[in-house]
Design a protein around this ligand. Structure first.
Ligand SMILES: [Zn+2]
Ligand SMILES: [Zn+2]
Ligand SMILES: [Zn+2]
Length: 550
């Protein structure tokens, strides 16, 4: 970008510069010798390179119908007087805007902005921006920027520092190029800031079931295996348990006793009043009540095992029919008819899935003796998973329920997104980490239980933050600064080649770019490559100037 307009002045005015440094001019100190890359470039560019550059220029001109200007046009004057050189600022003395501020009066000085922590705040005073037209800064930018600055610990600038008033001048566009300086337009890009931690995917504990047999017995059949999808209520296995047979027999007995008691009561209470002593009727009634209670109790005992029935349908039918109806109680019809040919037992009890899901654990084989304490299956619904993250406790204050969470499983390149839904109330005693949880949707089942990875809780996300390449920002000792190209840099060949020093506050920084929360506006042009050269020049000039540089 620096070379898009070619208005080259002599490559090395230093060649005509007298070696003496005792010369004085304008009462300003000129005791400094050139040091660093800048001086090297000015002193030691061999004539060969200049010739080569001119040849290249000629070739360029030929292809673009641009004619090589006369030397006087290049310099902007017929020649540089041999003693016209400002050592301190490395430009011809007659052009030095720092020594002759009238040549190029500095812009307005608004001083320190307390709210944004920069000098000459472009958010509050957009006219300081090096743009042809004063930009309009929307009202909400100011508070947004201040809020983002206070969200996390940021680098601070020194309010008393005067370095922002400095301007760094180059003798020519060519001198800028030779110093290895490149510039870029201040860009807008999405950025985000987060806290991160290691984490692990787990089954959602509210969607995980561990199944066991409610009574001791022997596994009679297993129908499902690990990985099988099951529906709520589906039979996974059948257990042969003696207790089931006992309870069914109890119910049959109770039904028989109830039937008998009912008949007896009906007979006694039906006869003409007075023919049977009232006491006998009362006794019969009591026996009936007791028998009914027995039925209820037997029914309840079966219901406790998940074997439900409507006891009224068992009344008024033959005992053999009752027994037949109870035989495969709780077993689905299609299985019952299959089993009827294989076994005479009435001890079977099904193990059913309590929800839709996937079998994630199976601990049994047919014939195995099982106990209510044994887990036979685990069924999970993996359509939603839990992410458990460990966040350093110092960052706990930044977390809020509902913040977006991104998780990158180890070995995967695709992040999954969820929402923070729980923050532990205690810190791990050993690791000093805080456990937080996010719920992740897993419709395609890609997320697996006990997968490790890295998670990020997103603190802020901005779609159009102001960003610059990270090496644009320099630390001059007490402030973060960038070098902004003057807006009139290319206005004419004579316009001074100036870069303004601007203090900035930085935000997010990743992938080689750094967010500028305050100090720059979009569209400004900043020094990227070679910003360290300008910093060196700035520090060189600042020495002895009573500046704050450490
Ligand atoms: Zn000067
Ligand atoms: Zn401000
Ligand atoms: Zn400073």
């Amino acid at each position: 970008m620096t070379t898009s307009t070619v208005s080259a002045a002599p490559a090395a005015p230093a060649e005509s510069k007298p070696e003496s440094n005792t010369r004085t001019s304008n009462d300003r100190p000129h005791g400094y010798r050139f040091t660093g890359v800048f001086a090297f470039a000015l002193h030691h560019v061999p004539t060969v390179i200049v010739m080569a550059a001119l040849a290249a220029l000629g070739a360029y001109g030929h292809s673009t119908h641009w004619k090589l200007p006369r030397f006087s046009e290049l310099t902007g004057s017929s020649t540089i007087a041999p003693d016209d050189w400002c050592e301190e600022h490395a430009v011809p003395e007659s052009n030095c805007v720092e020594c002759n501020p009238d040549l190029f009066p500095p812009g307005p000085d608004y001083g320190w902005c307390k709210e944004h922590g920069v000098h000459n705040c472009p958010l509050h005073h957009p006219d300081v921006a090096q743009l042809k037209e004063t930009p309009i800064v929307p009202e909400d930018w100011l508070s947004q920027s201040a809020g983002d600055l206070s969200l996390l610990e940021r680098t601070h600038n020194n309010a008393a520092c005067k370095v922002y008033q400095r301007r760094i001048q180059f003798a020519s566009v060519e001198a800028v190029r030779q110093a290895g300086i490149d510039v870029e337009l201040v860009d807008r890009q999405p950025v985000s800031e987060w806290v991160s931690g290691n984490g692990e995917i787990r089954y959602d504990a509210t969607r995980l079931a561990s199944l066991s047999s409610r009574v001791p017995g022997t596994v009679w059949r297993v129908f499902k295996n690990i990985g099988d999808r099951v529906r709520e209520g589906e039979v996974l296995a059948v257990v042969d348990a003696m207790e089931v047979g006992h309870l069914k027999a109890n119910l049959v007995k109770a039904l028989v006793a109830e039937d008998l008691a009912a008949k007896n009561y009906d007979r006694l209470s039906g006869v003409t009043a007075g023919a049977v002593p009232g006491k006998q009727v009362l006794e019969a009634e009591a026996v009936l009540s007791s028998a009914q209670a027995e039925v209820l109790s037997a029914e309840q005992a079966l219901a406790n095992l998940g074997l439900r029935l409507t006891v009224s349908t068992m009344r008024g039918i033959s005992q053999a029919t009752v027994v037949e109806r109870l035989r495969f109680l709780g077993i689905p019809q299609e299985l019952a008819s299959e089993f009827a040919t294989e076994t005479a037992t009435a001890n079977l009890i099904p193990i059913r899935s309590p929800m839709d899901g996937v079998i994630v654990q199976r601990e049994i084989v047919a014939g195995e003796v099982v106990d209510p304490a044994d887990a036979l299956f685990q069924v999970a619904d993996p359509s939603r998973m839990w992410l458990m993250l460990n966040i350093p406790n110092e960052q706990a204050g930044l977390l809020t329920i509902g913040q977006p969470v991104r998780f990158l499983p180890n070995g995967s390149r695709q992040e999954v997104t969820g929402t923070l839904d729980w923050i532990s109330t205690s810190v791990d005693r050993q690791t000093r980490m805080l456990k937080v949880r996010a719920v992740l949707d897993n419709p395609d089942g890609r997320l697996r239980d006990e997968t490790f990875g890295t998670g990020r809780v997103i603190l802020r996300e901005v779609p159009d933050a102001i960003v610059v390449p990270s090496h644009t920002v320099q630390w001059e000792g007490c402030c973060q600064v960038v070098f902004v190209r003057d807006k009139d840099y290319f206005s004419s060949p004579e316009s001074p080649k100036l870069f303004h020093v601007r203090s900035v506050r930085t935000g997010a920084s990743h992938g080689g770019t750094t967010e500028i929360l305050a100090g720059l506006l979009p569209g400004e042009v900043v020094v990227t490559e070679g910003s360290d050269v300008l910093r060196a020049q700035l520090l060189k000039n600042s020495l002895g100037a009573g500046c704050c540089a450490e």
